[in-house]
Design a protein around this ligand. Sequence first.
Ligand code: 2AM
Ligand code: CA
Length: 264
Amino acid sequence: MLEELCVIVKKAGDIILSADMSKTRLEQKSSPGDFVTAFDIAVQEMLREELKRLLPEARFIGEESSREEIDTKGYCFIVDPIDGTANFAWDYRHSAVSIALAYNEKIIMGLVYNPYLDELFYAEAGKGAFLNGNRIWVSKRRLKDGLVCFGSSPYDKTKAEATFSLAGFLYKKALDVRRSGSAALDLCYIASGRCDLFYEMSLSPWDYAAASLIVTEADGVITNMRGERLQFREKSSVLAGGRNAYHDFWRVYGEFRYRRTGDD
Ligand code: 2AM
Ligand code: CA
């Protein structure tokens, strides 16, 4: 199954690479900052067909079709055809295809493929996380020595003040900050130790489903920003890191909230 999924996710990546950027017309979805292109839809339809053939009993949840609450009972594919749609449309060349297979609310397989670098991150529950066949691990860095990547929830600007003031606070407490435009890749960068801590205040399940398993199989920690287990039914905040940086975050976050609101 994993081998077949690797072939399918790379085929989706080929569509992204061969896209004629002059024909990439952006359409706004729920709000400014929330986009779709014809290529998101083409990749999703290809994946829907191929995944149906692979596991007919699995339901299919894709970013470009589903708006209602997700029911992940039984087998279910949770798919983001292009994570980093704005990056794709601007030809920034940092986007990924994300495929998760869930069984009864648990992710059992996850694949995130960046076609621009031909990097395939994947994990199967209990069997470790890999990048192009090589085992990956989160970093052991402390937050003070680490890189923090974050997402700015651009489709929901009510989160802007909280997001950027936390980024500013962490910038002073850590080495530096990054903001890439693809939550799935940010999480895979946590899993492979390229980055040490990630947060975003609102993401959809297809943005983090596959990568969440890759993080935990790389010995990292991923929860929502209240420290609770992630669910895959509806939008959530996401916090992930190597164990040390994740642990350090809570002390720094306590200080941040105390300074902002006076309570801890
Ligand atoms: P996308 O590029 O597939 O749309 C950027 O901060 C991250 O937020 C990206 O992973 C992006 O995924 C995701 N994102 C974009 N629009 C979103 C929305 N309406 N709800 C939740 N996540 C979204
Ligand atoms: Ca996405």
